[in-house]
Design a protein around this ligand. Structure first.
Ligand SMILES: Nc1ncnc2c1ncn2[C@@H]1O[C@H](COP(=O)(O)OP(=O)(O)OP(=O)(O)O)[C@@H](O)[C@H]1O
Length: 204
């Protein structure tokens, strides 16, 4: 299976083109890095790949077909700020089970304490909350994971634990991963190949 962005272009209203004619392909089971200086459009590209934003030009397809918008999205995005990704009025049990019921083994792998399920998001640390966002994104229908600075805010131990869990799960189900990070060492350690946005986006 392939996630493919073809000839995509995007600009925010009134702003310059962030990229045009951009092509990127990720295959099942592949771990690809995406790097580039701040403000170039990495997060915007992640939002386009995962269906949160529509490109102004070009298309994003899965095995050549458009991705249905109404159903569980096979391209899941986890970004840097988990507190912005959850409903503050829901307890964590409801947040966790929003789109699928993660199995106990995954919760254990991610170090999710059962006691946290009865708390509200504001009663958890950023690292604890991010574990839930990762679990939520790894449903059986997930084919690609877009990790946009997913562990940037976290300490080294939490970062290692989360990536260990993600790599194990994704390898098992051949989920392809796009790792967006300013941490060059992390990208080098995790990724089979690395794309520099400066080399694929050609604003004009
Ligand atoms: N909703 C928006 N409306 C207008 N401009 C925006 C919006 N979101 C982002 N931008 C602008 O688009 C550009 C690209 O932003 P984006 O967050 O995609 O970059 P980035 O490469 O991910 O940056 P960083 O590495 O700092 O996270 C920036 O100049 C930003 O100010």
């Amino acid at each position: 299976m392939q996630l493919e962005a073809k000839n995509i272009g995007f600009r925010y209203e009134g702003g310059p083109w962030l990229f045009r004619g951009l092509n990127i392909t990720i295959a099942s089971g592949e771990i690809v890095g995406l790097v580039g200086p701040s403000g170039l459009g990495k997060t915007t590209l992640c939002r386009i790949l995962s269906g949160y934003q529509q490109p102004l030009e070009g298309s994003v397809t899965l095995n050549g077909s458009a991705i249905a918008r109404q159903t569980y999205h096979p391209v899941q995005l986890v970004f840097q700020h988990p507190e912005q990704a959850v409903n503050p009025r829901w307890k964590m049990r409801k947040v966790l089970n929003e789109s699928w019921q993660p199995d106990p083994k995954l919760l254990e792998l991610l170090g999710i304490d059962k006691e946290w399920l009865n708390r509200y998001p504001s009663e958890l640390s950023g690292g604890e909350l991010q574990r839930f966002c990762v679990a939520r994104a790894l449903g059986p229908q997930t084919r690609f994971l877009i990790a946009d600075e997913m562990t940037t805010m976290l300490d080294a131990i939490t970062q290692a634990q989360i990536w260990h869990a993600v790599l194990e799960r994704c390898a098992h189900s051949e989920v392809g991963i796009l790792v967006v990070s300013h941490d060059a060492a992390l990208v080098k350690r995790l990724c089979q190949r690395v794309i520099d946005l400066r080399e694929i986006g050609t604003p004009s």
